[in-house]
Design a protein around this ligand. Structure first.
Ligand code: KE4
Length: 428
């Protein structure tokens, strides 16, 4: 695979865009080499500027669960654009997607749309603080909730890759209100409550972590957090930007049977257009302006093109009874195939998976939190990443990310991928 055109484009981009990218994880810093510039995509495939065809296991970091350029979404956006692209006024379309989302997700009465997952999580925290009249939050080391200041404290995703657990620009005044816990460590969370009685507004958690690789919650962990929150008058926020509408129609709340007080969304809910959202029962959401005192706003929130895309995506997931089962079966098939090849090639590895979220860690000890996720052999991961790329397989350019499986993948694609894993891990 040659990447001359991507290299040229990257050199041009670097002159006018910081690092040549509009989001750091795209820069290949964790794996080295030149980021791939994509020209188009359809279904499970990317077509880059050098004419290479790649099987896509990132899918825009989650949104393309039904494949790229999903016809109902594309057609809806085209038709909607002809009617005007933004009004800054309410449209019936926003009510239609809100009603559908509320019908799909448990324990929510109302939903507010914003423009990104960051904005959804940032707003959810403000709402929780306003509702409880408390300042402190608990987040988990390695979890990523977007780049707003309260979260850039031992964040996951690109923040790990850059070894910048506490980003410059985040003030001590902000950082002091963010308490850090270890994922899957209930005792640690209980200690934070004991040390900060009646001060904690919310726990925010990725119910399945996807920003330190994929890390499942240990059995009972989420329910135990629910009980700790109830005991302490604290709100439980599920950051479902990744898991929402991916792990089940009702996301992680449905999958694990645990009730969150506020749920945040992104990625899938926008069908590939910029949409985030946060939702809760009436007594919490009615605290939001213009009804209540907690302010939150956005010029392009509920943008008609984005709503049109999101509505078609949710409709497809709502009406296709077999989609989540197919995603489970395809990802389990991929996991089985990769396990067999890595074992046969004497590679030290751990694979974590929940539904269509999966990650490969090059260390044989269990990966249950940031510390254990950091023990992986990142040098080997780099070879694995580039080896697969040369075989036409595009996985996340960092060991601290999860792969996102799309229903557009065929079993032939999966077999091709498993064969490529075998070839690459025989070489190194
Ligand atoms: P955005 O602001 O990037 O739309 O969403 C932030 C966010 C919030 N919560 C979770 C659980 C997330 O995974 C994300 C964003 N995920 C990363 C991938 N690890 C987006 C990729 C990027 O930063 O470019």
């Amino acid at each position: 695979m040659l990447y001359q055109r991507s290299s040229q484009l990257f050199a041009e981009a670097e002159k006018v865009i910081p690092g040549g990218v509009n989001s750091p994880v795209r820069a290949f810093k964790a794996v080295g080499g030149t980021p791939i510039f994509v020209k188009s995509a359809k279904g499970a495939y990317l077509f880059d500027e050098d004419g290479n065809k790649l099987i896509d296991y990132i899918n825009s970091w989650g949104p393309m669960i039904l494949g790229h350029a999903f016809d109902p979404v594309v057609n809806a956006v085209i038709e909607r654009a002809k009617l005007g692209t933004s009004f800054g006024m309410p449209t019936a379309l926003e009510t239609e997607i809100a009603e559908l989302a509320v019908s799909m997700v448990p324990n929510i009465d109302k939903i507010r749309f914003v423009n990104s997952g960051t904005e959804a999580c940032m707003s959810a925290i403000r709402l929780a603080r306003g509702y409880t009249k408390r300042d402190k939050i608990i987040k988990f080391a390695g979890c990523y909730h977007g780049h707003s200041d309260s979260f850039l404290i031992q964040a996951g995703s690109g923040a790990i890759t850059f070894g910048a657990p506490n980003s410059p620009g985040v003030t001590q005044g902000t950082a002091k209100d963010t308490l850090l816990a270890k994922y899957n460590d209930l005792e640690n969370v209980a200690e934070l409550f004991a040390a900060n009685p009646n001060e904690i507004a919310a726990i925010i958690i990725e119910p399945v972590a996807g920003n330190m690789g994929c890390i499942p919650p240990q059995k009972g962990f989420l329910q135990a957090l629910r009980e700790l929150c109830d005991k302490n008058g604290t709100l439980l926020i599920f950051d479902e930007v990744m898991t929402g509408f991916r792990l089940a129609k009702g996301g992680a709340q449905e999958l694990f049977g645990v009730k969150a007080d506020i749920v945040t969304f992104g990625k899938v809910i926008g069908g590939g257009l910029p949409v985030g959202a946060f939702a809760a029962r009436n007594e919490i959401m009615n605290y939001l302006a213009p009804l209540g005192p907690v302010y939150q706003a956005g010029t392009l929130s509920g943008n008609p093109l984005a709503m049109a895309a999101g509505l078609e995506m949710l409709k497809a997931l709502h009406t296709d009874a077999g989609v989540f089962q197919r995603l489970e079966e395809k990802t389990a098939y991929l996991e089985k195939g990769i396990r067999e090849k890595l074992t046969a090639n004497n590679i030290k590895f751990t694979i974590n998976r929940v539904g269509s979220m999966i990650s490969v860690h090059f260390d044989e000890s269990p990966v249950t939190d940031l510390q254990s996720a950091s023990k992986g052999d990142n040098e080997y991961f780099k070879k694995f990443f580039h080896g697969l790329l040369q075989e036409g397989i595009y996985i996340a350019p960092s060991a601290y990310e999860t792969w996102f499986i799309t229903d557009a993948l065929t079993y032939e694609d999966l077999d091709f991928t498993i064969k490529a894993v075998d070839k690459v891990t025989k070489q190194f």
